[in-house]
Design a protein around this ligand. Structure first.
Ligand code: NAD
Ligand code: ZN
Length: 250
């Protein structure tokens, strides 16, 4: 494995990037760090909301116990996100969907910044904070950036909850299966800004590698997947992916 303090794109990666037909990108909270969204490890986890720890207020149990409190917390998080913008990393990834015949973006983020940068068909493993879902019939409703969010289901009238995977919940059906399918056929796989501790998301690069893909990690710190990667670009996502732009590789 080559580990590079990144001021340039190494040739081995450049060649793969130029030749690749099928690329998969897995992102985590680090890709949004430079937009001002705290990562889970650096701050998010320690957040208390009205005295409740992050993993309790964001849990399946709380939806049962006190749905209005869960909404208050998610309304607060959306309000913080409203003024934040996608960064150079989100933008670069959005360009890549035009560059490769087969391109898949899988994210663990719920902030919607990939979509705001122009990414389409994002596989969202943990849902999206800008959507609400009916607790009974699972109908999905977009939450507008401005104005009121819907508070009951337009199809059946039952309460809505955030369409986000909470602690103690399974991944949405279908999302992980599609991601596995794409991971097992990609030639080049980027792992960007994820601590690679949350499974099953972290198994996607392992699947890609087992099928012969070239793995490239972008992270200022090492992760449990670093040793599996062919190249580790040590640095912040926006700075490192910005290099692809400077090198006209977008
Ligand atoms: P994590 O907080 O566990 O790890 C963040 C990773 O990003 C770390 O490895 C860190 O070294 C790296 N990082 C920090 N700054 C970076 C930068 N500027 N550029 C590149 N990498 C950087 O996040 P995770 O792996 O995504 O897993 C935590 C869980 O928390 C996920 O399930 C996710 O759904 C949730 N979460 C989402 C958001 C969001 O939507 N933006 C924010 C926080 C947490
Ligand atoms: Zn309903």
């Amino acid at each position: 494995m080559q580990s590079v303090p990144t001021l340039q794109i190494p040739n081995a990666l450049r060649q793969r990037f130029e030749a690749a037909q099928s690329v998969l990108v897995l992102t985590g909270a680090g890709v949004s760090a430079e937009s001002g969204v705290p990562t889970f490890r650096d701050g998010g986890k320690a957040t208390l909301w009205k005295g409740l720890p992050f993993d309790l207020i964001s849990s399946a149990q709380m939806v049962q116990r006190d749905l209005p409190a869960v909404w208050e917390w998610f309304d607060f998080r959306r309000a913080l996100l409203r003024d934040l913008q996608p960064n150079a990393a989100h933008n670069a990834i959005a360009h890549w969907q035009e560059r490769f015949p087969q391109f898949t973006l899988v994210t663990q983020n719920v902030d919607g910044l990939h979509q705001r940068a122009g990414s389409r068909e994002v596989i969202e493993l943990h849902g999206n904070i800008w959507r609400a879902r009916c607790i009974s019939c699972n109908a999905i409703f977009a939450i507008p950036e401005e104005g009121n969010r819907p508070d009951e289901c337009l199809a059946c009238g039952d309460p809505l909850r955030p369409d986000v995977v909470l602690f103690g919940e399974m991944l949405p059906s279908g999302a992980f299966e599609s991601a596995i399918l794409r991971a097992s056929t990609c030639e080049l796989c980027f792992i960007i800004g994820t601590s690679a501790l949350v499974y099953p998301a972290a198994s996607l690069p392992e699947i890609a590698k087992a099928q012969g893909a070239f793995l490239c990690e972008v992270n200022p710190e090492r992760t449990p997947l670093s040793g599996l990667c062919d190249i580790v670009l040590t640095g912040k996502a926006a700075e490192v992916l910005g290099l692809f732009d400077e090198n006209s590789l977008l």
